[in-house]
Write a protein that binds this ligand. Sequence first.
Ligand SMILES: C[S@@+](CC[C@H](N)C(=O)[O-])C[C@H]1O[C@@H](n2cnc3c(N)ncnc32)[C@H](O)[C@@H]1O
Length: 322
Amino acid sequence: MDKRLPVRWLSVLVLGLFLLFSGKSWAAEFEPVSYTAYTSLFWLKEAGVPEAAEYARATGKQDLLLTGKIKNFYTLQPVNMLYHEMRYAALNQYIQQNGYTNVLDIACGFSSRGLYMARHGIRFVGAEFPAVAAYGNNYLKKCLTPAERKLASYEAADATDKEQLMAAADLMPGPVCITMDGLMMYLTHEQQASVLQNIKAILQKHGGCYITTDFSARDFVMDASKVVYGEKDARKVYRESAKVYEDIADADFDEKFFANDEEATRFITAQGLKVQRIPLFSQPTTLYSEKGLDKQQLQRLDNMKNAKIVWLITCESKMLAE
Ligand SMILES: C[S@@+](CC[C@H](N)C(=O)[O-])C[C@H]1O[C@@H](n2cnc3c(N)ncnc32)[C@H](O)[C@@H]1O
């Protein structure tokens, strides 16, 4: 027998123990940013979105987010529930109301949108880093019936890679609605530009549109904070909320956000794309996360729903609904 074997096993054991006790036992599995996929699923589940609770169960994880490590967790909780559910529900509503039958969710993480779309007869492709895509396909398998599974899948695709993203889109012939919840704030402006170029190429080939709230995510969180707590401390709540994600992903959001909507608009149009800011909801919409809110908060939420927007981006005036 090879005498070096026990030494090798001992080193594996020591390394394993080190990773475990340093809290980095996950480090080999995913890119750091990909752990935020569990965080976003956590908030959607907390909001009460039924398919998110189901998807969360499929992960088999007891702690999607180590809430005990977030010292102001109970302050951030209602704000994040609202923010995450609003962006999720708004994009789902747009897809259905505009008759799209193909959805390409870029950086879909472990969003339950795949479950939602498949169960509404809409083809869903989630474009993600390979490790997330592999886990995601497993989770989908646990939740969906064989017939539904034909409608939803993850594809390994880096959003900055034109060929990979196009290959994911090409799985769906015809116009495609491209969705994105929570990617742009992790990318440099150069990477954001290449993602926009890749999206443009898909829209030129397939037709359709790209919808997101990413370009106003900071204001969105601040406004959700105003709904819950009034005018006071919105920026502080946003900062603390952003920090949860920045710590997990080793990111700096303020470096990546545009100063205001006009600056973001200029950036997007400079990529040869057309931008519209459309109402967040086109019909009265009740959210699961409204349940715990009092009368005054609900009134502020109604105002927010009317004031907020979705970014609707196309490469020409030809969209599915036109
Ligand atoms: C905050 S999570 C959002 C997940 C999901 N959209 C949601 O709302 O639940 C960010 C996700 O972006 C993914 N991501 C980051 N950079 C990416 C890239 N270049 N290409 C594809 N996915 C990426 C990460 O793996 C992670 O799952």
